[in-house]
Design a protein around this ligand. Structure first.
Ligand SMILES: [Fe+2]
Length: 454
């Protein structure tokens, strides 16, 4: 018995420090504003000098390797109020790095490594002038002292026939079902180049071990990833659950660098990007569980201004927002009070195709709604999909959700059935088909969204 406990403690200790033992950790590829030509590579490292080497996997020329110098910031959570002092985010200063590559070819697979070579690279790069610019293609002249494992991403192809997979609320703690669900969806979606999530990736954002478990794993590799933040992105510590503990999404913003085209007060947590014929918009519904009556005026203005200026440039409009406009009002009454009245008319005005949400940990999917009502007009209306959970935290259906309310077409109790969900979304010129799978690869729901725009 003692041996089992000792082994368990050892394994747990390893898990807590696994990411930090690597030279480069929390490696994630996020989309640029146009994901057919641009991505951002994000990572943490303890090395002062690092750079990224990348190449088109099909390019066999001798100058195929390009390299880019990242923007790096020395960071820990020490100076942040309410932070968790026992988290390695607090105890370990590290360099948080990102590099945005902007001149990629559409529909191509790229490989990359993160390298460290203090003596060679910076002597060469000195004088290049830019903090994140390509500095040359002669990396064979340098000999990295250490490098990361090989990682991959594929740019958007500009095709009108494509697919992506969607998750919500991993709310990861080690040993959750999330990695298996991601592997399942890679198989079902035939290695989709894009994965999106509608927030709450970890239970407590200030605890680095949860991020390490989620991100530093083979399952979380080789795709472009986008997520809106959830309320748990604002959590610092599990000891004192007064919300929100952080006033900003500090760890979210130091793990993921998204296009900096969002609302002024929520840059990086609100943003948009193009992926083929779709425009994705992330919103930050952060003021959970507080009753200060705050609305999202800054983001509402930005959303409308952005969509006015981008009119005619996309066929499908997909919103990622953690809290569901038509979700459970019992679990979080702020959804009903503050979110629905403000956002439902806006989504109606811009004829949003699909809103991907979470937060409730109950599955709910609406009919196509035109404002607050089931749409009766062809090519008008929005589907609201709250998949509930792509992890192990599940709730039973409450009285605020019902398949007979004229709003919800499907409501599923995840807790009783111990289900976790993710979706494969197939996009074509005429329609999007959304298929929701459980962790047993069984179809739980399916619906079709007809194209409203050419
Ligand atoms: Fe949430």
């Amino acid at each position: 018995m003692k041996r089992i406990i000792a082994t368990a403690i050892l394994a747990f200790s390893w898990l807590l420090s696994a990411g930090q033992d690597k030279d480069f950790y929390h490696i994630v590829v996020t989309p640029g504003e146009d994901a057919s030509t641009s991505v951002t590579i994000n990572y943490h490292t303890n090395h002062l000098y690092s750079y990224i080497q990348y190449a088109d996997v099909l390019d066999i020329s001798c100058t195929r390797y390009q390299f880019i110098k990242p923007v790096c910031e020395l960071w820990s959570t020490k100076d942040i109020e309410n932070t968790s002092t026992s988290s390695s985010f607090y105890t370990n200063d590290r360099f948080v790095c990102h590099a945005t590559i902007t001149d990629l070819q559409p529909g191509r697979k790229y490989e990359f490594w993160i390298c460290c070579s203090a003596s060679g690279y910076f002597a060469y790069a000195e004088g290049s002038g830019s903090t994140a610019s390509r500095t040359g293609s002669h990396v064979e002249a340098f000999h990295p002292e250490v490098d990361s494992e090989t990682c991959y991403f594929t740019t958007a192809s500009n095709s009108k026939e494509w697919n992506f997979v969607a998750f919500t609320d991993f709310q990861s703690v080690p040993n959750s079902i999330t990695h298996q669900l991601i592997r399942n969806m890679k198989e079902i979606g035939n290695n989709p180049p894009l994965m999106v999530c509608s927030g709450d990736m970890v239970d407590v954002a200030g605890w680095e071990d949860s991020w390490t478990w989620l991100l530093d794993n083979d399952a979380f590799r080789d795709f472009v990833y986008a997520s809106s933040p959830g309320d748990h992105a604002y959590w610092a510590d599990a000891k004192d659950r007064k919300y929100p503990q952080y006033t900003e999404a500090h760890t979210f913003n130091h793990l993921f660098h998204f296009p900096q085209n969002g609302a002024e007060k929520s840059k990086n947590t609100s943003y948009f990007f193009y992926y083929n014929n779709a425009l994705f918009v992330s919103l930050d519904m952060n003021n959970s569980n507080i009753s200060r009556g705050e609305k999202f005026d800054d983001q509402a203005r930005w959303f409308q201004h952005t969509l006015d200026s981008l009119k005619g440039t996309y066929q499908y409009l997909i919103v990622l927002m953690h809290k569901s406009v038509y979700g459970s009002s019992i679990i979080d009454s702020n959804v009903g009070k503050y979110i629905s009245p403000q956002w439902s008319p806006i989504f109606q005005k811009y004829n949003v195709d699909l809103v991907l949400s979470g937060h409730d940990h109950v599955y709910s999917r609406t009919y196509q709604l035109d404002g607050d009502h089931k749409s009766t007009i062809k090519n008008k209306g929005t589907y609201y999909l709250d998949m509930g959970s792509s992890g192990n935290k599940r709730r039973a259906v409450d009285t605020s959700l019902s398949e007979s309310d004229g709003i919800h077409a499907k409501v599923i109790d995840l807790k009783t059935k111990e289900l976790s969900f993710a979706a494969n979304i197939q996009v074509s010129k005429k329609k999007m088909i959304v298929t929701v799978y459980n962790q047993h690869k069984q179809i739980a729901d399916q619906f079709t969204i007809k194209a409203k725009r050419r």
